[in-house]
Design a protein around this ligand. Structure first.
Ligand code: SF4
Length: 732
């Protein structure tokens, strides 16, 4: 880890402990709920895994005098390696957050007015079950849809499947990493997955294209990136903004937004025309290389210069730099890939560039991950589905994977086609911030007969619900087992370290109790989650008692590269890496990626870009008092010369107006040389509008509110959101 990151980690750990101590003194007495915990110097140490983002790092929760004191990384956990990220270290604040939901609520007035009646759990479940049963009788079970995010949604998914609905979706696909998965699957026959199978640790050259390692703070990747930098890896960063990662780069390419495909094609043309690719790898594993080479060779660096603004010689030099370290050259696939509308093709271009390096399946490129095999719970079969999911009617987006398109479900809720959707169950995702075009979301939810939100805080989407169910935070509950695919097989457990301060309940309990009310008790045969977990673990030759002690069980080490024993397998139509994609050609799409010119901002407007902050997970963590101390609002990055031209300076508050006339809440200016003049940048998730979250209400501005326009990826239905332009409103 570089010294900057190390200092940051230490600083935040100190802040965590101090703030937690103050909060603990005023919190309700809490009792350790875990058995067999390690005890040291009067402390109880309970292993679990983090939920402040989806990464699921293993942690140790320290409980002192019955109160949650701090969390640290679990040294036995392969994802955290004994170190949490700054956000994860602040997880204690989620437990002590005074703005948490405390009891079940039923809506009193109109949707969105945020007027509630507190009810008992029994009353809440009676209300939901009655509505769901009526819906099933009138429209069929498929009228109920689930939007979910994270492992905590597993039991609710099970409930909806038992109910008979095929409609379950997560915005993390079509609003985030979906295009990447499709682009890689079309090329290699397999997805990148989560956590990404990137071998950053061993890469000798790392290329980041609009990917903000360090700011996105996905712990394992950031640790590996720091090690790679320390070991002298050559870093190439392509970004209109000089990101944290750019500060570590040997080459920084400040590209014109919207033109990344031009750069990728030009890089490939240099490598093809100069025959710098891994010829052995391509002849063994590639298919359609000649057609591919003929297509990309036309995109010269001189041509790309006009599009991207990047010097042709720099394009050549960086292409040769990548080649120098092949196959340990990793062109990172990124994560949030929904930018302009041709995103699956851009991701495919990234996959193809990696294929030219021979890095897929090779050390320093993309390893072959594997999961520790834990059998599923032996549930009865789900009822036969009577209708297809409606997110992608008639296969409109032919290369959407099995993951469903959230905006497709939203659209069907508005139109009632191909069949009506009348209920939304929403778990752990703030759809107001996650989906583009908020008006469409509001229009859809006004058509519902039932809207249920499960959350730990009164999020914006909870403000629109009929029933709000308050969930225990991750440090107070069990969840399903984590056996994420990774470079080594493991299974991790989430278990409670402390009790809930009020009447909050875990998701598994809600699913079981509601299931019983719906007459679906046969799908919840276990007494409680401990029994469920124990049965699953025993099927794999382990037990709950065994895993609770250290939080992790590891599998035997296996080879993860083609060069040390993994048999290459490409699940494509040709059984090889598809340089030329016949399946794309058959469906009427470009078999080799081509350049599409994207509209540029009109005069006086600037492209709105957004991203992550290391201490927050969007709107989910902003009321966490520890993390709010570290960052309580976002800023708008404006090029310093541009700011001067408009008479703005750092710290001024302005509003942003988008191309459709939508005006943001006031946001602080950050005038900086670190961004181009044709775009502005802000951290996503701020400016949230839930009145129940007093500490975060209208803090900063919401990029989501300004994302009224989006392009849909014709291959897979992803919603591209970097297509909105804003101008400055000086009167605040
Ligand atoms: S990356 Fe950070 S927030 Fe996410 S799970 Fe790991 S420690 Fe928690």
């Amino acid at each position: 880890m570089n010294s900057l990151s190390r200092r940051k980690f230490l600083k935040i750990s100190g802040a965590t402990i101090a703030t937690a101590a103050v909060l603990a003194s005023s919190a309700k007495s809490i009792v350790n709920a875990a058995e067999n915990v390690t005890k040291k110097n009067g402390l109880q140490i309970i292993p679990s895994y983090c939920d402040l983002c989806f990464w699921k790092c293993g942690l140790l929760a320290y409980v002192k005098d019955g109160k949650l004191w701090k969390v640290e990384g679990n040294p036995k956990d392969p994802l955290s390696n004994g170190r949490l990220c700054p956000r994860g270290t602040g997880g204690v604040g989620a437990h002590y957050d005074t703005e948490r939901l405390k009891s079940p609520l039923i809506r009193k007035n109109l949707r969105g007015e945020e007027k509630w009646v507190e009810v008992t759990w029994n009353e809440a479940f009676d209300y939901i079950a009655d509505k769901m049963n009526k819906m099933k009788a009138t429209y069929g079970p498929e009228a109920m849809a689930l939007f979910s995010h994270g492992i905590g949604g597993n039991f609710i998914k099970h409930l909806l499947r038992a109910f008979g609905s095929p409609n379950e979706t997560a915005p993390s696909f079509a609003q985030c990493r979906g295009p990447r998965e499709v682009g890689f699957e079309l090329t290699f026959g397999d997805v990148v997955g989560s956590p990404e199978r990137t071998d950053i640790e061993n890469a000798k050259c790392i290329v980041l294209i609009g990917s903000h390692l360090g700011e996105n703070m996905h712990n394992t990747q950031v640790q590996e990136f720091s090690h790679a930098v320390e070991k002298g890896a050559s870093i190439i960063v392509v970004d209109p903004r000089f990101s944290v990662a750019a500060s570590k780069a040997k080459y920084y390419l400040p590209i014109k937004p919207g033109t990344d495909m031009a750069l990728l094609l030009a890089w490939m043309s240099v490598i093809v025309n100069e025959k710098l690719y891994d010829a052995d790898y391509i002849s063994k594993y590639g298919n359609g290389f000649e057609q591919f080479a003929a297509e990309v060779s036309q995109y010269t660096p001189e041509w790309a210069y006009i599009e991207t603004g990047i010097d042709p010689e720099l394009i050549r030099e960086t292409a040769r730099e990548m080649v120098r370290y092949k196959p340990a050259t990793l062109i990172h696939p990124g994560r949030h890939a929904t930018w302009y509308g041709d995103d699956a093709q851009r991701s495919r271009a990234i996959a193809l560039l990696n294929a030219l390096m021979g890095s897929w399946g090779r050390k320093g490129g993309f390893y072959v991950p594997y999961s520790y095999s834990i059998p599923k719970y032996p549930y009865p079969s789900y009822p036969e589905l009577m209708k297809e999911p409606l997110d992608n009617p008639n296969g409109k987006y032919p290369f959407a994977t099995g993951e469903q398109i959230s905006t497709g479900i939203r659209e069907a809720t508005i139109t009632g086609q191909p069949y009506p959707i009348k209920g939304w169950f929403i778990y752990g995702t703030n759809l107001m911030q996650a989906l583009p075009n908020r008006d469409e979301t509001i229009k859809a939810l006004q058509n519902l007969d039932l809207m249920v939100v499960v959350d730990v805080i009164p999020s914006e989407i909870a403000g629109w619900a009929d029933v709000v169910l308050p969930e225990s935070v991750y440090l107070e509950r069990y969840d399903d087992l984590n056996a994420s695919p990774f470079r080594e097989g493991f299974v991790g457990i989430r278990q409670p370290a402390v009790e809930e301060p009020n009447d909050q309940k875990p998701n598994w309990w809600m699913a079981k109790k509601l299931g019983e009310k719906l007459g679906l008790g046969a799908y919840f045969p276990w007494k409680d989650i401990e029994e469920y977990l124990d049965i699953r673990l025993k099927l794999a030759g382990h037990s709950l008692t065994e895993i609770k002690k250290e939080g992790i069980i590891k599998g035997p080490k296996k080879p993860i590269y083609y060069d040390n024993g993994v048999e290459p397998e490409f699940l494509t139509p040709s059984g090889k890496i598809e340089f030329y994609s016949t399946q794309l050609a058959k469906a009427g799409f470009d078999p080799v990626p081509r350049y599409t010119k994207h509209p540029e901002p009109p005069v006086g407007y600037f492209r709105l870009l957004y991203g992550r902050a290391p201490v927050h997970t969007f709107s989910k963590t902003q009321s966490n008092p520890i993390l709010a101390d570290l960052m309580s609002e976002n800023e708008i990055w404006v090029n310093a010369d541009l700011a001067e031209k408009y008479g703005m300076k750092t710290g001024d508050r302005i509003k942003l107006k988008n191309q459709d006339g939508v005006i943001s809440d006031p946001i602080k200016v950050r005038a900086t040389e670190r961004i181009r003049q044709d775009c502005v940048y802000m951290v996503h998730g701020f400016g949230q509008k839930s009145r129940q979250l007093r500490s975060t209400y209208k803090k900063g501005a919401s990029d989501a509110e300004l994302v009224t326009k989006y392009n849909t990826d014709p291959l897979m239905g992803g919603t591209a959101m970097n297509v909105n332009f804003v101008t400055f409103e000086m009167e605040v």
